[in-house]
Design a protein around this ligand. Structure first.
Ligand code: ADP
Length: 446
């Protein structure tokens, strides 16, 4: 590289965001995650033994997955390549594999291929990688922000060791910030002062205590000081930089639960506008869209239920689509499901019914399964009287026959009381007719 180019590179590096400039250069600079990189722990042992397995790093954005993959490659003397599963196709994978083969053949150097958001890879893309992970051409390090136990089950991913990155503690974030304030790579040459406690006081309010966000906020605070000509990082400066958003909606704190609660209550209260407002707040604060989608699926069953069975179907389809599409478009899918659920007729009858049935199972002596309903498929069942006297409903007019299904101590108990709204009204009418036929005196149970 000529001098001119290297001067340019140095300039560009200076202009890079603080979090990039402060990326740890060795495992010793990597703060926290001692369960992985501490002395004698799994990753150190593997590095020492020179037997690196393929890894799946799981943790919130900005918690150091890319950094760790890079440091592992460095420590193991491997070549490092990075792909993003959202943007990369099979052709990119092939190109990387070919280059890795070449490197291995010519220089005996192994390649670590880091794939960000690996849960987004489709089957074709995963299949393209699998043989080369198996034969050791590449060591794969995947990163995912999603819970791999729910989201990942392909043959490829089942061959990776799942490694969870923990959110950093307040002390660990402060350690990273102080290093950024003092290190020449960071803000060291600005010689800024800082109030004891100011850094630590605000860290826990950061979503999941993420180092990248903490460093971004510190960098903005430093810019602000440059404008005002001051030289001290104080709680007040950090507060202005962190802004309303983090104050009002802390993903891991109380207001997180307040916003979720208001969101669910707005859906239940058939108020699409309020529900959209809380949805927007969650999206703006960086809430996980899969988390929001899961709440919608619950709300559809709990608060709409059979008044509009379509709600559960739409919520479930939205959950899958959100997972498949991701942000920013996931917001549109969520908005459709939110407005549908908010505007649907409401019923909590199914929810109340299972609560009551559970209470009885937990608190009452409910007796045995009636003999005529017991399994009659095995030899000897007949001798026990199992299945005897069972009436097959389809053999009777209207596909129904009077017969006791509940165990004797609970006979006549009513759990499901369908409401009057939407489709549940039809269910109610049908059930009323059946129950009327069931009761000899023709009384409909209340
Ligand atoms: P991810 O890949 O999880 O989104 P990165 O590895 O890109 O996160 O981390 C973002 C930045 O945060 C890094 O450039 C680095 O400055 C800082 N960082 C993250 N984790 C650590 C850590 N454990 N120790 C020190 N700095 C960290």
């Amino acid at each position: 590289m000529d001098l001119f180019a290297s001067v340019h590179l140095a300039e560009a590096e200076k202009k890079a965001p603080l979090a990039v400039r402060m990326r740890p250069r060795s495992l010793d600079e990597f703060v926290g995650q001692q369960h992985l990189v501490g002395p004698g722990r799994f990753l150190r042992r593997m590095l020492k033994a020179g037997t690196l397995p393929s890894l799946l790093l799981f943790g919130p954005p900005g918690t150091g997955k890319t950094t760790l993959a890079y440091l592992i490659a460095n420590a193991a003397g491997c070549h490092f390549e990075k792909l993003n599963a959202v943007a990369a196709g099979v052709a990119d994978v092939r190109k990387q594999v070919e280059a890795a083969q070449e490197r291995l053949k010519l220089y005996g150097q192994r390649t670590i291929l880091f794939i960000d958001e690996i849960h987004r890879f489709n089957k074709g893309q995963q299949d393209a990688l699998l043989p080369f992970v198996e034969d050791g051409t590449i060591i794969l390090i995947g990163a995912t922000t999603e819970n791999p136990y729910f989201e990942v089950n392909s043959p490829l991913l089942s061959r990776m060791r799942i490694t969870k990155l923990q959110p950093l503690s307040e002390e660990e974030i402060v350690q990273i910030l102080v290093r950024a304030l003092t290190d020449e790579r960071g803000l060291g040459d600005r010689r800024l002062a800082w109030d004891e406690g100011a850094l630590g006081h605000y860290c826990p309010r950061l979503p999941a205590a993420m180092p990248r966000i903490a460093l971004n906020i510190l960098e903005q605070a430093a810019w602000q000081l440059e404008e005002t000509g001051e030289g001290r990082i104080t709680a007040a400066v950090l507060e202005t930089v962190m802004g309303e958003k983090i104050h009002r909606y802390d993903k891991s704190g109380d207001s997180h639960y307040d916003v979720i609660s208001a969101f669910i209550k707005s859906l239940r209260g058939s108020d699409p506008d309020a529900a959209l407002h809380y949805l927007a707040r969650m999206l703006e604060a960086g809430e996980d869209v899969n988390f929001i989608a899961r709440r919608l699926v619950i709300s559809a069953a709990e608060d709409v239920g059979n008044a509009d069975p379509q709600a559960l179907i739409i919520a479930n389809a939205a959950a899958q689509a959100v997972h498949f599409i991701g942000l920013p478009e996931a917001r549109i899918i969520l908005a459709q499901a939110v407005t549908y659920i908010a505007c649907a007729p409401k019923s909590n009858a199914a929810y109340l019914a299972i609560e009551q049935a559970l209470a009885d199972v937990r608190g009452k002596n409910y007796g045995e399964v009636p003999l005529h309903l017991r399994d009659a498929h095995y030899r000897g069942a007949k001798a026990l009287g199992h299945g005897q006297g069972y009436l097959y409903p389809h053999d009777y007019p209207g596909g129904w026959v009077r017969q006791q299904h509940l165990p004797a101590p609970l006979a006549g108990t009513v759990y499901y009381r369908p409401g009057q709204l939407g489709y549940e009204r039809q269910i109610r009418q049908h059930l009323e007719q059946l129950r009327a036929r069931h009761n000899e005196d023709g009384k409909v149970p209340e």
